[in-house]
Design a protein around this ligand. Structure first.
Ligand code: SAH
Length: 257
């Protein structure tokens, strides 16, 4: 990669970070969906050790914190998200047991067999579903849980436009039964699987972006990378409205054996 290209890439990453710093969630999800998934976890210790991988600014982490008395480490690759995460935790008085760290999901900063629960909403695609399940498992205690959301197909076939869009964005996208089979093959008991409601996309993910897009376009008027980013996100929202019966985000909850 030439220097010029890597500068452009850095600039784009900074823009993407700034864009998503202005909204509460960086992926589809909702407090209700987080609570619903947590309700499937049986026999957690009173003070579980939890990792929230790809936590972003901590939208779902703060909900998790309200459900447990345990210690949660939120981790994300981007320092700006972790800065906002720490502010959100402090604002809620959670800083003693909810901490953010900058780290990569490809090299988790935990001891083997040390976690009761690995949480990951809308982020495992960055490492890939199968690779994440395999590489994160050693960090869980025996009997520990993994709860992740993953974009999945609802039907065996789907229209070419949406198929091609997702295969380009995330080639590992697959049907729900195939993902459950992968979870089992990776050595987890598939405890529960549910499709998160449409409102997780519409109300909690796309709607807050609308005013953020207006401000962003004003601030970066004439900056092509910024205009392209907004155009891409608007396109994604339009595709979702058109094809939502064919795909969505699914919570996969597994128990390490
Ligand atoms: N869990 C949040 C954010 C989801 S967006 C929510 O649901 O709102 C995906 C997140 O993964 C982003 O915050 C992004 O910065 C983070 N991410 C991307 N690559 C990563 C990596 N290699 N390691 C850790 N986090 C990563």
């Amino acid at each position: 990669m030439s220097n010029e290209q890597s500068n452009i890439t850095d600039f784009n990453i900074n823009l993407i970070c700034e864009y998503f710093s202005n909204v509460q969630r960086q992926g589809p999800g909702s407090p209700e969906a987080t609570r619903q998934a947590y309700a499937f976890l049986d026999h957690l210790p009173e003070f579980p050790r939890i990792a929230d991988i790809g936590c972003g600014t901590g939208g779902q982490t703060m909900v998790l914190a309200s459900l447990t008395s345990g210690h949660i480490t939120g981790m994300d690759l981007f320092p700006r998200f972790i800065e906002l995460f720490q502010q959100n935790a402090a604002h809620l008085g959670l800083q003693d047991r909810v901490q953010g760290v900058v780290a990569s999901m490809e090299q988790l900063p935990f001891e083997p067999n040390s976690l009761d629960l690995i949480w990951c909403e809308g982020a495992i695609y960055n490492i890939g579903f199968q690779r994440g399940l395999a590489e994160w498992k050693p960090f869980l205690k025996d009997g520990g849980y993994l709860a992740v959301t993953e974009a999945s197909w609802f039907t065996p076939q789907r229209p070419a436009e949406i198929h091609d869009f997702w295969m380009d964005a995330y080639p590992e996208m697959d049907t729900i039964p195939n993902k459950v089979a992968q979870m089992q093959q990776a050595g987890y008991v598939p405890v529960a699987t549910f499709i998160i409601p449409e409102t997780c996309w519409t109300d909690h993910f796309f709607a807050p972006q609308v005013p953020a897009q207006e401000l962003f376009l004003k601030k970066y008027a004439g900056v092509k990378a910024a205009e392209d980013l907004v155009a891409y996100m608007r396109h994604e929202a339009r595709l979702y409205a058109q094809y939502k019966e064919y795909y969505g985000y699914v919570f996969y909850i597994g128990k390490k054996i």
